[in-house]
Write a protein that binds this ligand. Structure first.
Ligand code: F6R
Length: 608
């Protein structure tokens, strides 16, 4: 839930570390810090608050050196404060560490170290690491780090520098992401690729329990036995600009506008008329697919909402029963899994702790696992049997938009793939759905063009305290996502309801002037939805409806209708979610909220 960076080279480390951290603030932003080393002396600068605070501090008290580590934090152990900020050091300040993750046995380690005379000053779990390295240092820093790490339980990506061996930076990961950037005579570590892209496109994706030693003359990768291992260097092809705001006021707005491209990219090479669906990283055969008797879709938050759509479409198209689970529930509920179970885990970041645990549980019971993720080389991608990469590009805003929409594309594509292999749809039916899918980029573009209408509506409703989202079938799935978007960035209380369920209790909350956003894109449920809208209208609700072009019947019943381009209702979620994202965005902007970095949230939830 934090971001770490590290640098060794000929240049001053401090500005490079700060720039890298600015690309990682989406991972946490309650405090930041760096440590640099000059002539064998470590200087640490750290403080509570956004990176800008640290930059101001550095203007007053610069730190020097061409080797260093940095950290941007999202607090888990110990409140956000100067003292709890990373880097943490040993007592005499000769070992400095940044850490992303959680050391689960830190209390035992801390007690042991205290009994040996070590003194602690922060409330963090991380502080045990520099002390532990100090404790194990017997003249060889790499050995001390390996030994210290072998005592640590939990998740970590750590970067270490030490005055004891001032020519190196050591890093290691387990269950937290870490990459190594290889430049021209300069080397980097980072929690994510954008942090190094201004300097290099050549990176190593580290696996769990791999150690890396960066020196002025190169990079060595080691296993836990301190033996050298060879790894393939990957070349990043996407542009550094892709991770910048590109003229938009916020990343979220930029990412909403990138959705047509993200959809197109995600379908490219997979969906083509007249050709079988190609999923190069999914190697399930027809025989294996025929044996599948149950699919679990497991995810958290927005990713889970894409799974709600996945359940509908996979059951409808591929005729196999799908159970949908929240990962944090699934992992503790003893689900029935066997070798005929297929699990689809969905995770934009590919690092969500609960989703990873669910994946591991399913694998331990012989299920086949497909990971749907936006991050190449992420933990879910590496541990699953098969991977569906969504090609949304880096998503920086904490509230997911373009990653979500590409998860929907993944759900449709996997459903069609299974239907094709199982023969549950005719060739013609599959071709028709593919044709409709290929129209989605242009149609999403058209929806985004109408954003001013949504902006106007948001400016009239932003002061409301409760907003309800209603829908049936696939519209219900979208209602869930619309409601979450509004809550997370505008802090307005909101609920999403399956429209037919409202009268079983929640309708008691509807009163004169309550804002209700009703989705009515499903033609088989249209009349039922209309009745539900009438139920809330009768109780005084102010209703904004979303319908497909041509469904004029709704107009007399609601206060305002927003029409979406006509589309196969099965694919309507891809279009209808966009005005809801825009609504949440404009409401949050009107309220003066920090859209990209909502309070209490982090982009990647790598702890339980
Ligand atoms: C909300 C949002 C979160 C994530 C959830 C899972 O906009 O982004 O609800 O969807 O934390 O994250 P991933 O997809 O990375 O597993």
């Amino acid at each position: 839930m934090c971001g770490i960076v590290g640098f060794i080279g000929k240049k001053e480390a401090s500005p490079i570390l700060i720039e890298g951290l600015s690309k990682l603030e989406y991972r946490g932003y309650d405090s930041a810090g760096i440590a640099t080393m000059d002539n064998g002396n470590i200087s640490v600068a750290k403080c509570k608050g956004r990176l800008a605070n640290l930059e101001n501090k550095l203007k007053e008290e610069p730190v020097k050196g061409n080797i260093g580590i940095g950290h941007t934090r999202w607090a888990t152990h110990g409140e956000p404060s100067d003292i709890n900020s990373h880097p943490h050091t040993n007592e005499v300040g000769t070992i400095s560490v940044v850490h992303n993750g959680i050391i689960e046995n830190y209390i035992q380690l801390r007690e042991k170290l205290i009994s040996k005379g070590y003194k602690f000053c922060s409330e963090t779990d991380t502080e045990v690491i520099p002390h532990l390295i100090d404790y194990y240092f017997k003249g060889d820093l790499v050995e001390a780090v390996i030994k210290a790490v072998s005592r640590m339980e939990g998740s970590y990506a750590i970067g270490v520098i030490s005055a004891k061996e001032p020519d190196k930076l050591i890093a290691v990961r387990k269950d937290s992401p870490l990459i190594v950037g290889v430049g021209d005579g300069e080397y980097f570590i980072a929690s994510d690729v954008p942090a190094v892209l201004n300097h290099t496109r050549d990176v190593y994706y580290l696996n769990d329990n791999e150690f890396v030693v960066l020196k002025h003359d190169g990079v060595t990768i080691l296993n836990e036995e301190n033996e050298k291992i060879e790894k393939e260097l990957s070349h990043v092809t996407w542009n550094a600009d892709a991770a910048e705001k590109g003229g938009y006021e916020d990343f979220m707005l930029k990412e909403i506008h990138e959705q047509p491209k993200a959809i197109r990219d995600t379908m490219t090479s997979r969906i083509a008329l007249g050709k079988e669906i190609t999923l190069d990283k999914i190697t399930l055969t027809k025989e294996q697919i025929e044996k599948i008797d149950k699919i679990y879709i497991v995810a958290c938050g927005t990713a889970y909402h894409s799974g709600v759509v996945g359940k509908y479409v996979i059951e409808k198209l591929a005729k196999v029963s799908v159970e949908l689970d929240i990962a944090s529930e699934f992992r503790y509920r003893e689900p029935l899994i066997n070798e005929n179970t297929l699990m689809i885990v969905v995770s934009q970041s590919g690092e969500t702790a609960d989703t990873m645990a669910a994946l591991r549980l399913a694998k331990s019971q012989n299920a086949r696992v497909i990971a749907v993720t936006n991050v190449v080389g992420s933990s879910v991608a590496r541990e699953a049997d098969d991977v569906f990469y969504t090609w949304a590009g880096p998503e920086i805003a904490v509230a997911s938009t373009k990653a979500y929409i590409t998860m929907l594309i993944a759900m449709y594509t996997i459903a069609l793939f299974l239907a094709e292999k199982k023969g549950t749809l005719s060739k013609e039916e599959i071709e028709n759905i593919k044709k409709d899918m290929l129209e989605l980029p242009d149609k999403t573009e058209a929806v985004i063009k109408d954003k001013e209408e949504i902006q106007k509506y948001a400016s009239r409703t932003y002061m409301h305290k409760d907003i309800f989202f209603l829908g049936r079938g696939l519209d219900y799935a979208v209602a869930l996502e619309g409601s979450l978007k509004l809550k997370e960035i505008s802090y307005i209380h909101s609920e999403a309801y399956a429209a037919g369920e409202l009268k079983h209790g929640t309708i008691a909350l509807i009163e004169k002037g309550t804002v209700v956003i009703a989705l009515a894109t499903q033609n088989n449920l249209f009349d039922k939805m209309l009745s539900n809208i009438k139920e809330v209208k009768t109780r005084g609700a102010n209703v904004l409806a979303f319908a497909l072009e041509g469904d004029k019947k709704i107009e007399g019943t609601v206060d305002k209708t927003f029409y979406l381009p006509n589309i196969n209702p099965l694919l309507a979620p891809v279009l209808s979610v966009i005005p809801l994202q825009l609504f949440a965005y404009y409401v949050a902007v009107q309220k003066g909220c920090d859209v990209d970095k909502p309070r209490n949230l982090a982009k990647s939830v790598t702890v339980e």
